[in-house]
Design a protein around this ligand. Structure first.
Ligand code: MBD
Ligand code: FE
Length: 283
C-alpha cells in the first residue's frame, strides 16, 4: 500500500450522489412499488431500529446525535458510499440466491457508465507514469453450458496504486483505469492494467467519522470491479480480490467471497499475470 496520507472526502470523491442519479440503478429504483411491499419492508426496518433503541437504552442525546449524523450523510452526498459499504452486501446475498455462474459482489459507489470500448486485447487507459505493479488479466466469458460468448463486454473499473477512482478523485484524468473490453470470437480477453491499492473510506466525511467514533477500520481490500454482460444473458456484477492482500479477511464492506480471490504470479519481468473466467446464465 502506497497511500501515505489518508484520503479526504473532497479529494477522493466520497460524494457520489450526483453520479448515482445518472445511473440505470437509480432509474430502476424509481419504479412504482406496491403500498403493501413498502409497508412490509419499512415496518421491518423500523422495528429493527425500535428494538435496537430498547435493547441498548438509547438516550435523547444519542437520538439527536444520530439525527445530526443522518443529515450530514445527505449533505455530504455520502448515502451511496455509506449504503454500499454497510448494506449492499446483503442485497447482493439475496440476489445471489437465484444467480448461477460466476459469483457476484457489490457494485459500490464508483461505477461510471460509458467507459471507453476496447478490443479483446487491451491496456486500460492510464497515465504515462501510472504507478503500481503491472497486471495482465486474461480469461474467457462463457455460458453456463460452456459455450464461449464472443462480443461480451467486460466492463472493468478500479482504484489506482493509491486507492483513488477516476471520475471521483479530482486529481485523476477522466476515464483512468476504466474500460469496456469486448471479447473476441472465442469469448477471450486480455487486459493490461496495474494492481490497485486497498481503498480507504475518507476519515473526514460523515461515513469516516462514524467509523472513527465506533473504532472500526475504514478499509476495503484491493479489488477490481467488473460488470460482465452478453446479449441474452444475466449480467454479472462482481469484484476480484488478491490472495494474501491486506483486508481480504476483514473487508469493511463484507463483500469478499472465496471464489473471487485471484492469485497472480510474477512472470519474471516485474509483471503479474492471472487468469479468471466468467460464466453467465441465460436470462
Ligand atoms: C469502494 O471502492 C467500493 O468498492 C465500495 C463497495 C464501497 C466504497 C468504496
Ligand atoms: Fe471499489
Amino acid at each position: 500500500m502506497t497511500t501515505v496520507e489518508s484520503p479526504t472526502a473532497a479529494g477522493s470523491g466520497a460524494n457520489a450522489t450526483a453520479s448515482f442519479r445518472t445511473t440505470e440503478a437509480y432509474h430502476a429504483g424509481t419504479a412504482a412499488v406496491s403500498p403493501q411491499r413498502v409497508s412490509t419492508v419499512v415496518k421491518a426496518v423500523l422495528q429493527g431500529v425500535h428494538q435496537a433503541i430498547r435493547d441498548n437504552d438509547v438516550t435523547y442525546p444519542e437520538f439527536q446525535a444520530a439525527k445530526a449524523w443522518l443529515i450530514e450523510v445527505g449533505e455530504g452526498g455520502e448515502w451511496p458510499l455509506f449504503l454500499d459499504v454497510f448494506v449492499e452486501h446483503v442485497v447482493e446475498e439475496v440476489a445471489a440466491r437465484t444467480q448461477q455462474g460466476t459469483k457476484g459482489s457489490i457494485l459500490g459507489p464508483y461505477y461510471l457508465p460509458d467507459a471507453q470500448r476496447l478490443p479483446a486485447t487491451a491496456t486500460l487507459p492510464m497515465r504515462e507514469d501510472e504507478k503500481g505493479t503491472p497486471l495482465v488479466f486474461s480469461g474467457q466469458v462463457r455460458d453456463v453450458d460452456g459455450t464461449p460468448l464472443g462480443g461480451a463486454e467486460v466492463d472493468i473499473w478500479q482504484a489506482d496504486d493509491e486507492g483513488y477512482y477516476s471520475g471521483f478523485a479530482p486529481h485523476l484524468p477522466d476515464g483512468n483505469l476504466r474500460g469496456i473490453v469486448v471479447t473476441d470470437d472465442e469469448g477471450r480477453f486480455e487486459i493490461t492494467t496495474i494492481q490497485p491499492a486497498p481503498y480507504q473510506i475518507p476519515t473526514d466525511g460523515p461515513t469516516g467519522k462514524l467509523i472513527t467514533a465506533a473504532d472500526w477500520h475504514p478499509w476495503r481490500p484491493a479489488h477490481l470491479h467488473l460488470l460482465v454482460r452478453a446479449a441474452g444473458h444475466r449480467t454479472v456484477t462482481t469484484q476480484l480480490y488478491f490472495q494474501g492482500g491486506e483486508y481480504v479477511d476483514n473487508d469493511v464492506a463484507e463483500a469478499v467471497k472465496p471464489d473471487l480471490i485471484l492469485d497472480p504470479q510474477e512472470r519474471g519481468d516485474g509483471t503479474n499475470t492471472v487468469t479468471y473466467d466468467f460464466v453467465l446464465e441465460r436470462d
